[in-house]
Design a protein around this ligand. Structure first.
Ligand code: NDP
Length: 295
């Protein structure tokens, strides 16, 4: 039996179309959610990501405000812009694209964002809300992973979940989301002993380590749901010298025959991140005005 391939691209399209419907409803009430994206420097991958965010924001009917700052921008300069965006009533969501140049303390910038506009969910207030079960804005990538896992199994309660990776942006919030779904959660990292054995216990495995195809097929429990967050660029000599391809943290070809459901890379978790960002912007726009989320 081969695994269900979880189509993140299709799920994200459906989510964006539901968001567009909700934005239409809000427009009838005179509200147009706005997302401000700030990018510092010329990193081509970040530029492309920001361009895609802006395009998809406009496509769902929201307003997009792009702020492109030079790589030499000072920390004070960026904090001043964040303060202006915090005060701007047309802006419901603020995202500062990471990484930032080394003269800027990213944590300081994250903490300067108004938590009610923190659509990345990185502010300690929102991280704390997630941990304590209080409604707040949840980090986009883990939220996308949860939605994909629930797309194949609505009720995750009681599952043994293993999260590989403990970063603040993926691993930790993922673990918190799964605890909230009543999973029994193990968080593994670079110091974990006998990682293959830990993974073999997982009914639900989420890999977010950034190591190409590290998780082998014989690490997967038969029938497990496998969510691969990793985005790793590796050489692709078959396509020509200097060509690369993207692989996940899971050895997909080995894992797919063992798992019950698996996300591909690309086309799994990746497309969900921007869709969840738009969802968070919609939620922020509603919460800030005391409106219910349109169905
Ligand atoms: P980080 O580098 O911040 O964290 C990686 C985590 O993996 C750390 O906790 C680290 O452990 C752990 N780790 C590293 N090597 C090993 C190992 N050999 N064995 C066990 N654990 C290990 O990465 P991120 O969380 O930011 O991202 C993880 C991956 O997800 C990356 O490939 C990234 O590109 C991708 N990503 C994808 C997104 C998407 O939209 N699809 C969004 C964000 C990230 P320790 O803490 O001990 O160092």
């Amino acid at each position: 039996m081969s695994a269900t391939i979880i189509d993140g691209k299709a799920y994200a399209e459906g989510l964006r179309s539901r968001i567009a419907g909700a934005v239409g409803t809000l427009a009838g009430q005179g509200v147009t959610p706005g997302l401000a994206v700030v990018i510092v420097g010329e990193d081509p991958a970040s530029q492309l990501y920001v361009k895609n965010k802006a395009r998809q924001t406009v496509e769902v009917g929201m307003r997009s405000f792009e702020h492109k700052l030079p790589a030499t921008t000072s920390e004070t300069g960026l904090l001043d812009l964040v303060a202006r965006l915090n005060a701007d009533p047309a802006v419901d969501g603020i995202l500062v694209q990471l990484p930032l140049p080394k003269q800027i303390d990213a944590q300081k910038v994250i903490e300067a964002i108004d938590p009610s506009k923190d659509v990345d969910g990185f502010h300690p207030i929102n991280a704390g809300r997630l941990m304590t079960g209080v409604p707040g804005l949840v980090s986009c990538t883990p939220l996308g992973c949860l939605l994909l896992a629930q797309s194949v199994r609505r009720d995750l309660a009681g599952l043994n979940a293993v999260v590989l990776g403990r970063s603040n942006i993926v691993g930790k919030p993922m673990a918190q989301l799964l605890i909230a779904q009543s999973c029994t959660v193990t968080v593994a990292h670079s110091k974990t002993r006998d990682l293959p054995q830990v993974c073999r216990n997982a009914d639900l495995l989420v890999a977010a380590v950034g190591r190409p195809e590290m998780v082998r097929g014989d690490w997967i429990k038969p029938g497990a749901i496998v969510i691969d967050v990793g985005i790793n660029r590796v050489p692709n000599p078959a396509a020509g010298e200097a060509k690369t391809r993207v692989v996940g943290d899971i050895a997909y070809a080995e894992a797919a025959p063992v798992a019950s459901a698996i996300t591909p890379v690309p086309g799994g978790v990746g497309p969900m991140t921007i869709a969840c960002l738009l969802r968070n912007t919609l939620e922020a726009a509603c919460l800030r005005r005391g409106l219910p989320m349109p169905a």
